[in-house]
Ligand binder design. Structure first.
Ligand SMILES: [Zn+2]
Length: 178
């Protein structure tokens, strides 16, 4: 997980940036092409896994890596199912499944940025991301790290720009109200 989340202040430049991705995506690309996966071949393909037809990874020196949607999602819709390795310790790329049990996905889920008013919610039991708002192409997929983590691997000062921004993001145990 990345602590950089000052995203909405920069949303216009993100949009321009991701629009370039969209333009470069050939609509005739086959659904099961050789290069559409974020996961390496040793991770078995699963239904609803994220593909490069639906999402793009973006990188900014200031905000770090994030995931942008290339397609629209309606509120309540399934966004993707992630996969990863179960661990008993946290890393930058883990989310907490239950106390002391983490799932590590350095390929996709671990790149999702935090927002205090995110557009996605996470079902850790089934490893699903759901749209909690309508999502437009070019928008970053965001989640609330304090919805899953008792304690963050690395706490940070959030500048997501949401009116409900909680400032210091440290984990559920330390969750404060704005
Ligand atoms: Zn915030």
């Amino acid at each position: 997980m990345y602590s950089a989340a000052r995203i909405f202040q920069k949303i216009k430049s993100w949009r321009a940036f991701s629009a370039a991705f969209l333009r470069n995506t050939s609509p005739s690309k086959p659904l099961f092409g050789t290069n559409e996966r974020f996961y390496p071949e040793q991770i078995q393909r699963h239904r609803n896994e994220p593909t490069k037809l639906q999402f793009a990874m973006i990188s900014d020196p200031k905000f770090g890596e994030g995931i942008v949607s290339k397609i629209p999602f309606h509120r309540g819709e399934l966004i993707f199912r992630f996969d990863g390795q179960l661990r008993d310790t946290q890393t930058l790329f883990t989310l907490q499944k239950k106390p002391g049990v983490y799932i590590e996905d350095p390929y996709f889920m671990g790149k999702i940025l935090h927002c205090c008013d995110p557009n996605a919610s996470v079902d850790m039991e089934n490893q699903l991301f759901w749209a909690r708002k309508d999502i437009q192409p070019g928008e970053l997929i965001t989640m609330d790290y304090e919805s899953t983590e008792d304690e963050l691997f690395r706490s940070f000062h959030c500048q997501c720009g949401a009116p409900t921004c909680r400032g210091r993001i440290a984990g559920k145990a330390a969750k404060s109200t704005p």
